[in-house]
Design a protein around this ligand. Structure first.
Ligand SMILES: [Zn+2]
Length: 339
């Protein structure tokens, strides 16, 4: 499949143009499974409502034991407050249950995304209900928030949500814009500092080689999205880690409804291993740093997932199960995680 520039600009959530030759999407399971055997991964940015049960199974088999699902843009504008409510409810409810059924601990961040901040009448209503969700169990931050087109409305709701994060004592997950990224990233950080946020409570996402130094120098967490065709590919990620080391750096897939790869983290870990990066550095950037950053919420207990969740696919959520009529719960597993 060949993507044109036009296709890329029509998928604005996580796409950014690049000329990089991406390798990880071509990696087959047999190419990398031995390289990551025994490793555990934590994906701090992935939109599981858009993903399939095959994805969940493959993620678990590849060692992903926990994840964070940020609230974001669903690909088309929402038409009313109810759909925001239902979406947030699914992040703390059904999707979390679904993830548990595949042995993966699910957390989320809750926020008004930057694109929909531009619908001010609706944004006002969303601001009213955000506190109802921010204090729920398993909500580890306010996110993903920040700038898209860098409009005045986006700035207004970004600032209001920074205040909500301070009040709720939650970390902030910042989505940086794809157009004018450098400027948008600097502006996002300056505003966070202006509101008195401690940079160690702020995760700046979707970094690249142009933004990373300033993010690290100012004491923020620098997250990198490994995305097919766009943003950081994993060869570039390896170079960033070789150059800057593992401190304050984390990797995520940002897999969503677009062409994306929920196995981006294990594949990047495998590539790091091939390139001679130490196991400890790999562990920090693909697992521990994300946990440390979001654990400031007080909502993450590593003992819940570090050795995998017990899976019982016959469990129910409000009377519903992931099994369809006649299906048997999955028993045989191909997991690399040591139990
Ligand atoms: Zn996202």
């Amino acid at each position: 499949m060949c993507l044109t520039d036009k296709d890329l600009t029509q998928n604005p959530s996580h796409f950014e143009e690049t000329d990089e030759i991406v390798t990880h999407r071509d990696m087959g399971w047999d190419d990398y499974r031995e390289l990551i055997r025994g490793m555990r991964f934590f994906d701090p940015h992935i939109h599981m409502v858009s993903r399939t049960t095959d994805d969940y199974e493959a993620m678990r088999d590849a060692g992903i034991v926990g994840l964070i699902e940020p609230a974001f843009w669903v690909g088309q504008p929402r038409t009313g407050l109810s759909t925001f409510k239902d979406y947030y409810s699914s992040l703390v409810g059904w999707e979390r249950f679904r993830s548990s059924q595949f042995g993966i601990k699910h957390y989320c961040t809750i926020g008004l995304n930057s694109r929909e901040a531009n619908n001010e009448p609706l944004a006002e209503q969303v601001m009213e209900i955000l506190p109802l969700y921010l204090y729920k169990e398993g909500v580890v931050g306010v996110g993903e928030i920040g700038f898209d087109d860098q409009t005045a409305a986006e700035e207004k709701y970004y600032r209001l949500q920074l205040e909500l994060a301070k009040k709720a004592k939650l970390p902030v997950q910042i989505h940086t814009p794809h157009r004018d990224k450098k400027k948008g990233t600097e502006r996002s950080m300056a505003i966070a500092l202006e509101h008195g946020l401690d940079p160690s409570w702020v995760i700046v996402d979707h970094n690249n080689e142009e933004t990373v130094k300033s993010v690290l120098d100012q004491g923020f967490w620098a997250a990198f999205t490994i995305y097919p065709f766009t943003k950081m590919g994993n060869e570039r990620m390896v170079k960033v880690v070789e150059h800057y080391g593992p401190n304050q750096i984390m990797v995520n897939s940002a897999a969503d409804w677009g062409i994306s790869d929920p196995l981006a983290i294990p594949k990047t870990a495998a590539l790091m291993k091939m390139r001679g990066i130490t196991d400890e550095t790999i562990r920090l950037v693909t697992y521990q740093n994300a946990i440390d950053a979001f654990a400031k919420s007080g909502q993450i207990d590593v003992s819940d997932f570090e050795n995998g969740l017990n899976v019982d696919q016959s469990e129910k959520f409000n009377g519903n199960t992931i099994l369809r009529g006649g299906q048997q719960p999955r028993v045989a597993k191909d997991s690399l995680v040591i139990r």
